[in-house]
Design a protein around this ligand. Structure first.
Ligand SMILES: Nc1ncnc2c1ncn2[C@@H]1O[C@H](COP(=O)(O)OP(=O)(O)OP(=O)(O)O)[C@@H](O)[C@H]1O
Ligand SMILES: [Mg+2]
Length: 254
């Protein structure tokens, strides 16, 4: 039997907005401890994404989640590292123009980035795209945070940019804002080959996840699966446990 108290405790589990990754970047365990079990789990996520659509080439991928602070940046950055480790030329784009982390995570300048490319008359990609210490991995940080993120992302310039970048990189990973709070994720999800939803198991509310799925379906996004993530407070021994489950696919009628 579930008492009302127990039920409410579930809701109390809902995470508060965590801004530490905006200040310090995300933990790159795939770089610092590449032989760890956690790094291996990120490689499993990559492999499962690769095998999720054998007949369709996935060149551009969006990582999003229903709500903020659910692990999008941590997972997309580490998965990008594992893709580069395989010898692919990878570009990680910070498409989260509201809570960017990529510049901090990879310690590159954020004075130029996606926003400066999208607002410039003549875009200069080389001043915005940085090589990282990980061979084959390049990053395009957000650039200075603009007043109109959705408009910028919805522009034809963004389409052109992705087209050009697809010719230069083997795989492009976009870290984007949560689906349920702003339209940015829907906009970018509609422009890429595949979308992965990060779901913090035991923390995400079912209704929120279903709403995110519906919003992505509305823009005909190719939702290829979900990464189950467990986000706990660092104080309680932060447990990283991600694995990729091919559910919430576009053929899921539930
Ligand atoms: N599996 C995990 N285990 C423990 N801590 C985690 C895990 N995943 C993420 N975190 C922590 O949770 C916080 C939020 O993670 P992250 O910044 O990756 O989320 P986000 O979804 O990108 O957030 P935002 O909505 O701000 O962009 C960070 O402090 C990060 O270190
Ligand atoms: Mg983030």
């Amino acid at each position: 039997m579930t008492t009302e108290g127990e039920l409410m405790a579930l809701f109390k589990k809902k995470k508060q907005l965590d801004s530490s990754s905006m200040k310090n970047g995300v933990g790159l365990i795939t770089v610092t401890k590449p032989t760890s079990t956690i790094a291996e789990q990120f490689r499993t996520i990559r492999t499962n994404i690769q095998f999720s659509s054998a007949d369709q080439q996935l060149k551009t991928l969006v990582f999003t989640s229903a709500d903020p602070s659910e692990g999008k940046s941590t997972i997309s950055s580490n998965v990008a590292v594992t893709w580069a480790d395989q010898g692919n030329k990878v570009l990680l784009i910070d498409g989260d123009l509201r809570r960017p982390t990529v510049a901090r995570s990879f310690r590159v300048s954020n004075s130029h980035g996606l926003t400066t490319i999208l607002t410039a008359k003549q875009a200069n990609l080389s001043e915005s795209i940085h090589e990282t210490e990980v061979p084959n991995l390049y990053v395009l940080p957000s650039g200075p945070v603009p007043p109109n993120p959705s408009e910028l992302l919805n522009s034809s310039k963004m389409d052109q940019l992705l087209k050009v970048l697809k010719e230069q990189f083997d795989i492009i990973i976009l870290d984007v804002p949560p689906v349920n709070t702003v339209t940015d994720a829907q906009i970018l999800a509609s422009k890429v080959d595949g979308v992965i939803l990060v779901v913090p198991q035991g923390i995400a509310l079912k209704g929120a996840v279903l709403r995110a799925r519906d919003l992505l379906k509305k823009v005909n996004a190719n939702l290829i699966g979900a990464v189950l993530n467990r986000v706990t407070d660092a104080a309680s021994g932060g447990y990283y446990g991600g694995y990729y489950g091919g559910y919430y696919g576009t053929d899921d009628k539930k």
